[in-house]
Design a protein around this ligand. Structure first.
Ligand code: SF4
Ligand code: SF4
Length: 172
């Protein structure tokens, strides 16, 4: 039989005093360091052209929606968040969506829809907040998704600028 001789603990060790004091010293030190916690929502996140918030549909200056309901964004969406029903319009050679829904609970803000769109009709806005009382309310229909082009212009300019990187001299 092996007898293990345990170390006799002092009173301070029995009361965990060294650990408590070490913990308090860390807390005390941290109190004087710069704060990194953001007090959201009082301190909202900074929004820049790079911010990839929720996708929104572009409404052109003539009040026509830029989307022609080609369905490419729906096909590109990895989360199956987009549902489109196409329809005819009076405008020559154009179609437009009769129904365009994005299930915001499914959307993972990946930006694939923005990349897939051949008509510059859907862009990632800087809208980040998402809250409601039911799942149904978070399926955004076409009216909730529409934004004037000017409201998305910062993002549009940014995307155009970064896409220029892939243009060869002969394609410019
Ligand atoms: S951002 Fe991504 S997940 Fe959201 S609708 Fe577009 S493609 Fe789908
Ligand atoms: S890819 Fe663009 S034009 Fe085609 S359905 Fe989507 S938003 Fe509309």
């Amino acid at each position: 039989m092996v007898i293990v001789k345990r170390k006799e603990l002092s009173l301070a060790e029995k009361l965990y005093l060294p650990e408590v004091l070490r913990g308090l010293s860390v807390t005390f030190r941290k109190m004087f360091e710069p704060k990194v916690t953001r007090q959201y929502p009082e301190e909202p996140l900074p929004k820049t052209e790079v911010t990839r918030g929720q996708p929104r549909l572009v409404v052109n200056e003539d009040d026509a929606i830029a989307c022609v309901s080609c369905g490419l964004c729906e096909a590109a969406c990895p989360a199956y968040a987009i549902t489109i029903d196409g329809g005819e319009t009076d405008r020559a050679i154009e179609r437009e969506p009769k129904r365009f829904d994005i299930d915001m609970l499914r959307c993972i803000l990946c930006g694939f829809c923005e990349e897939a769109c051949p008509k510059d009709a859907i862009y990632m806005s800087d809208e980040l907040e998402l809250a409601d009382y039911s799942r149904e309310a978070l399926i955004y229909d076409i009216e909730k998704l529409k934004r004037p082009k000017a409201a998305l212009q910062k993002r549009i300019d940014y995307v155009n600028r970064i896409n220029k990187r892939w243009q060869t001299p002969s394609s410019t």
